[in-house]
Design a protein around this ligand. Structure first.
Ligand code: HAS
Ligand code: CU
Length: 628
């Protein structure tokens, strides 16, 4: 029984002008192009964040390092953490949501294509504002969690903290708009027959991640507004001397911050759950359990935030509660780990780079998860808190986890993005060097951490017993950087000259492999009908089985020969520059506060007033833009 039955579309040959040139990227509302914009931007930020890390590692390579000053080091770790979380792992995940989710659910685009473009432009402007602080010599230097009262005006007179507040606030707007968009897309735009439990697992992880985004980010928005008010309008939310409460910041930040770490890992888990079945030639083991486990992780994620605050004196009852809820997360996570292993077990394994990265993810994530459970215990955490042991933990889950998962996705879907294969040998070099470099860099951090080396120190004296491992870590960081370089070379070479991939180079299970790579602007000439999970596998197997018993093969998925939606009677949204204009309005309104000498009535920055005009113009144009 075929699941994706479509009639071939072969007669349409009207030439069309594809949107080309630089300007077309500014006005695009195509989810695939927006996905590419997100992906390329995230990789650029990855290079920036990576360089920041390498400078820190050079500074710490030997005791009494003199590569950078203490103040610069503070800015480096603050910007490195902020960049990697908000400008690399999140947008790279969003790149996959954008490119892959509509294809997997058999849709022509996301629910709100222009809102999608708006999200991207807001994101990139936020990222640029945040990073422009380097150029102005005012890079934030208070750590990615920006603890009060260090962020108050009394301790940070310049604009460094403001760059962080405003940059993150802008990024949050992009995230919330994107969260709404993907939630609605997945709920409303699935192809006929694709019930929720027939949906590809990556779409499930996207859905759950976006729910978490919608619940977690508004809390950060509130916290940031309070901090902004403290700094600009003399409120005292976090100022103890005036009756404010610095712990309020910690609560608000971690109520956001802990769900955030699952926002960072669930998309990677989704990618890995797609890759492992395809390269083991077996359906995902325990699909319903995988979905429920992710939902349980998301639910529990909302109730564990104070495990970041065990040493603040929250008391034994609160500590016990948060310790138990934190340990509980190991259960659904363990379910996922065992299901990945069970999927591999007995499979006919094809160790191509996507699978290598996926298995690397599972292995590294287990190590990071186990150290997480260790500091779930308050007395143990009292020892670990603010040491390199915690740094080891979160790099195992964030690099070993999230980044390895995202690299699995880059290697897996590259043929869909570009129509060409990544070079296999270079992919394997990337993987092995990354695995080795990663472990050489971060495993010794467990040792120096329990040996008492605090995190966020810009140097350390000789003879503490930390010299050797710090030296080793720095060597590891360069191996890691080299592996990323190989990936970049591979991606560029393959994009230009790689072997042509065809529609379905991996014998994929899901609908994106039924259409060309890169897909036409409208994705599906005809919206597929779905009757089972792993829809494309089922169709291919049914066709094969029919041929074996001598029946005429079923029609393959329709592939249009020209990329002209109008000729096919398909309506696609027009390009528009209003999302970009509206996004500029957002950036000007908030960014104006960084130019505080120029104020109207003493409190309203002139640039913000211009921003209000721009945003109104943008929304007006957006609302009345003719639909052709
Ligand atoms: Fe974490 C700190 C606890 C997962 C990211 N985490 C951080 C920070 C980041 C981060 C960025 O309880 C630092 C923030 C900062 O700047 O200060 N984390 C956990 C636990 C899990 C966990 C229990 N973390 C993540 C993920 C992240 C992430 C995912 C991002 C992608 N984390 C903490 C705690 C702190 C913390 C404390 C505060 C430390 C401090 O003092 O500052 C869990 O989700 C992990 C579950 C996964 C596993 C592995 C697979 C499961 C199997 C099943 C069997 C295992 C069992 C457990 C039954 C557990 C195989 C056995 C237990 C043993 C001890 C052996
Ligand atoms: Cu946490």
């Amino acid at each position: 029984m075929a699941t994706v039955t479509q009639t071939p579309v072969t007669t349409l040959r009207r030439p069309v002008e594809k949107p080309t040139g630089l300007w077309s990227w500014f006005t695009t509302v195509d989810h695939k192009r927006i996905g590419l914009l997100y992906g390329v931007s995230a990789i650029c930020f990855f290079i920036i964040g990576g360089i920041e890390a390498l400078i820190m590692r050079l500074q710490l390579m030997r005791p009494n390092g003199t590569v950078v000053s203490a103040e610069t080091f503070n800015s480096l770790f603050t910007m490195h953490g902020t960049t990697m979380i908000f400008l690399v792992v999140m947008p790279l995940s969003v790149a996959f949501f954008n490119y892959i989710v509509p294809l997997q659910i058999g849709a022509r685009d996301v629910a709100f294509p222009r809102l999608n473009a708006f999200s991207y432009w807001v994101f990139i402007l936020g990222g640029l504002i945040l990073n422009s602080s380097w150029l102005l010599g005012q890079a934030p230097a208070m750590g990615w969690f920006a603890y009060a009262p260090l962020t108050e005006k009394a301790f940070n007179l310049d604009h460094s903290v403001d760059f962080w507040i405003i940059g993150i606030q802008i990024l949050g707007i992009a995230t919330i708009a994107g969260g709404l968009n993907f939630f609605v897309t997945i709920i409303n735009l699935r192809a006929p027959g694709m019930s929720l439990m027939r949906m590809p697992i990556f779409c499930w992880m996207t859905l759950i991640t976006n729910v978490l985004m919608l619940l977690a980010f508004p809390v950060l928005t509130v916290a940031l507004f309070e901090l902004m008010f403290d700094r600009y309008f003399a409120t005292k939310f976090f100022e103890p001397a005036a009756g404010g409460d610095p712990l309020l910041w910690q609560h608000l930040f971690w109520v956001f911050g802990h769900p955030e770490v699952y926002i960072l890992i669930l998309p990677a888990m989704g990618i890995v759950s797609e890759v492992i079945p395809v390269f083991s030639r077996k359906p995902l083991f325990g699909y319903p359990a995988m979905v429920l486990a992710a939902a349980a992780i998301a639910f529990l994620a909302a109730g564990v935030w104070a495990h970041h605050m065990f040493t603040t004196g929250i008391g034994p009852i609160a500590s016990s509660f948060f310790a138990l809820s934190t340990m509980l997360i190991a259960v659904p996570t363990g379910v996922k780990v065992f299901n990945w292993i069970a999927t591999l077990y007995g499979g006919s394994i094809d160790p191509k780079p996507p699978l290598l990265f996926a298995v690397g993810f599972v292995a590294m994530f287990i190590i990071g998860g186990l150290s997480g459970v260790m500091h779930a215990s308050p007395p143990v955490d009292t020892q670990h808190q603010d040491t390199y042991f915690v740094v080891a933990h979160f790099h195992y889950v964030l690099f070993g986890g999230s980044m390895f998962g995202l690299f699995a996705g880059l290697h897996y879907w590259f043929p869909k993005f570009t129509g060409r294969m990544l070079n296999d040998a270079l992919g394997k070099w990337t993987f092995w060097l990354m695995l080795i470099g990663f472990n050489v860099t971060f495993f010794p951090m467990h040792f120096v951490g329990v040996d008492g080396m605090p995190r966020r120190i810009y140097t350390y004296p000789e003879g503490m017993g930390w010299d050797f491992w710090n030296f080793v870590e720095t060597i590891g960081s360069w191996i890691l950087a080299f592996s990323v370089l190989i990936f970049l070379i591979n991606a560029y070479r393959s994009w230009r000259f790689g072997e042509v991939a065809g529609n379905d180079p991996w014998d994929g299970a899901t609908l994106e492999w039924s259409i060309p790579g890169p897909p036409p602007s409208f994705n599906f000439a005809q919206i597929p009908r779905v009757t089972a999970r792993d829809a494309f596998w089922v169709e291919k197997r049914a066709t094969q089985a029919a041929a074996e018993v001598g029946l005429a093969p079923k029609a393959q998925t329709a592939v249009a020969v020209v990329d002209d939606p109008a000729a096919l009677g398909i309506h696609m949204p027009n390009p528009s520059y209003y999302p970009l204009i509206t996004a500029c309005g957002v950036a000007l309104i908030l960014g104006g506060f960084l130019l505080s000498p120029y104020m109207l009535f003493g409190f309203l920055p002139i640039v913000s007033v211009i921003g209000i005009v721009v945003i109104l113009a943008g929304i007006y144009g957006w609302s009345y833009e003719p639909v052709s």
